[in-house]
Design a binder for this molecule. Structure first.
Ligand code: FAD
Length: 462
């Protein structure tokens, strides 16, 4: 076993300045205090990664992630800890719609990530045969091996029929992962269902009933008034770190610490660090870890990634936007977008002069985010909105952002891959990011806190 390095002032490099990197920087600073040098490497001029707040007309708009799940504690707690709890926005209570069969319908409420717990909950969205098939599913014997992990598409299609996948599960997973039921493992999409099946539920319907979340009087999403930049700025201020605007390509051992390698060698190798936290997307982490943690790098390369584009626009206040939070799009519909958010309705911000609408494009396996021109995307955004609303749309302001290789896919066996990544790391190197314990911002915060904890624990800090 490598002995812990000797005590003294500590230096730590954080590679990647998205929410994972900035949370890690803040946590290290909190644990070690002034007696540490914290340096964040990120080639971007502006830190925050996929959290990016822009000005669009009179609005501050998040053009990457815009929300966080409030059922998970990490972001809620972090905002409180930073004195930002009063900046939390709650959803207005507006419900989402699903665009299926060429028209808008309410998104069923009592499902587990789109997997229904009764036929009656999806009446009107799927055909009568599918409703009957869902209700009679427990009568058809089910083979289940404890610990098995099919894709959601394989299981739901087999038990409830393909319409449930196309009209419910795919739209929900497309929104979260830019993936689909065919690329997402059951233990990621619906861990409660997998658990219930392991414990002998005997059918998908019974497992879904057991896994249904409790009915909540409040919304399950929060956002930040003023945008995610409010959180990023506070983290950055408290981390008291330096930003080096450089892309890191590798790590090399030097004595009992580390040096970084990068495209600009002269600038980057001069610094020596006691520890490094790698907080970049999986494909980049793989490259950076190649030399010092080859087995982790091999495992990280097994995580596929998807790219997506967000188009945000403002529309006149009287534009015919329904009082819903947005629209998820079923597979196979004649639209290019996979999801639309009516942001001003969702966050109860109507009446501020104009309305904000966001449309998302790109799924795992397609080239939309890489290969479609800005002009084409703008054209699609207006055309898609017109189709969905059945009215002419004239945007006042419009912006778009491309998020390349930004969304890891949580396929079957993902947890084993993550275990292999962490197991292959030498002491003094830790990882954080959306490809580890969940794609959402709360999971990134959790992975960053864990990475910081692993590092400072070696230094004798709690
Ligand atoms: C369009 C979209 C919408 C989303 N919406 C939501 C949402 O509403 N709610 C939610 O909870 N989650 C959402 N997510 C997921 C969430 O935003 C991300 O998982 C999370 O922000 C990832 O943070 P991160 O810090 O791990 O990675 P990133 O934000 O990707 O940050 C990584 C950073 O590393 C830097 N970097 C890259 N290569 C190098 C290198 N070689 N050297 C140094 N630095 C490097 C990059 O410049 C970047 O700043 C969304 C994701 C996308 C793409």
């Amino acid at each position: 076993m490598t002995p812990p390095p000797s005590a003294g002032p500590r230096s730590i490099a954080i590679v990647g300045g998205g929410i994972s990197g900035l949370t890690a920087a803040y946590r290290v600073r909190c644990a070690v205090g002034d007696d540490a040098r914290v340096v964040v490497y990120d080639p971007a001029e502006q830190l925050g990664g996929i959290l990016r707040t822009i000005t669009l007309g009179e609005h501050r708009v998040d053009i990457g992630a815009e929300a966080f799940i409030t059922r998970r504690p990490e972001v809620v707690d972090l905002l409180s800890e930073l004195g930002l709890a009063d900046r939390t926005l709650e959803t207005s209570g507006a419900r989402p719609l699903v665009y299926a069969g060429g028209r808008l319908r309410p998104l069923p409420t009592r499902t587990v990530n789109g997997i229904p717990a009764s036929g009656s909950s999806v009446v009107g969205l799927v055909d009568d045969d599918t409703v009957a098939r869902i209700d009679s599913e427990p009568q058809r014997g089910m083979q289940w091996t404890v610990g098995a992990e099919p894709t959601v598409a394989d299981l739901v299609s087999l038990r409830f029929g393909p319409q449930v996948v196309a009209r419910l599960v795919d739209p929900l997973l497309g929104g979260v992962y830019a993936g689909s039921a065919a690329t997402t493992g059951l233990r990621t999409a619906a861990p409660g269902i997998a658990r219930a099946l392991d414990e002998g539920a005997g059918s998908l319907l019974v497992a879904a009933r057991q896994a249904l979340p409790p009915i909540s009087a409040t919304g399950i999403f929060g956002a930040i008034d003023g945008g995610y930049t409010v959180l990023l700025e506070e983290l950055w201020c408290r981390a008291r770190a330096d930003h080096r605007q450089l892309a890191v390509t590798g790590i090399a051992r030097e004595g009992d610490g580390w040096v970084l390698t990068g495209e600009n060698q002269a600038d980057i190798t001069a610094d020596h660090f006691d520890a490094v936290i790698v907080a970049v997307p999986a494909p980049r982490a793989a490259r950076i870890l190649d030399a010092v943690a080859p087995e982790s790098a091999v495992a990280a390369r097994r995580i596929p990634v998807a790219s997506s584009v967000v188009v945000a626009m403002t529309l006149p206040d009287d534009a015919p936007i329904p009082a819903n939070s947005g629209v998820l799009v079923a597979s196979g519909e004649a639209l290019h977008t996979k999801a639309i958010t009516f942001s001003t309705s969702k966050w109860g911000l109507r009446g501020r002069g104009t309305q904000v609408v966001r449309l998302s494009y790109g799924r795992f396996g397609d080239t939309v985010a890489r290969a479609t021109s800005d002009e084409q995307l703008r054209h699609w955004a207006v055309a898609d909105l017109e189709t969905v609303l059945g009215a002419t749309v004239a945007p006042i302001d419009l912006a778009l952002a491309r998020w390349i290789d930004a969304m890891p896919q949580y396929g079957p066996g993902h947890a084993d891959v993550v275990d292999a990544i962490r197991a292959g790391l030498p002491p003094g190197i830790a990882v954080a990011g959306s490809y580890l314990d969940g794609i959402g911002v709360p999971a990134c915060v959790a992975s960053a806190s864990q990475a910081a904890q692993v590092i400072v624990a070696r230094w004798g800090h709690a």
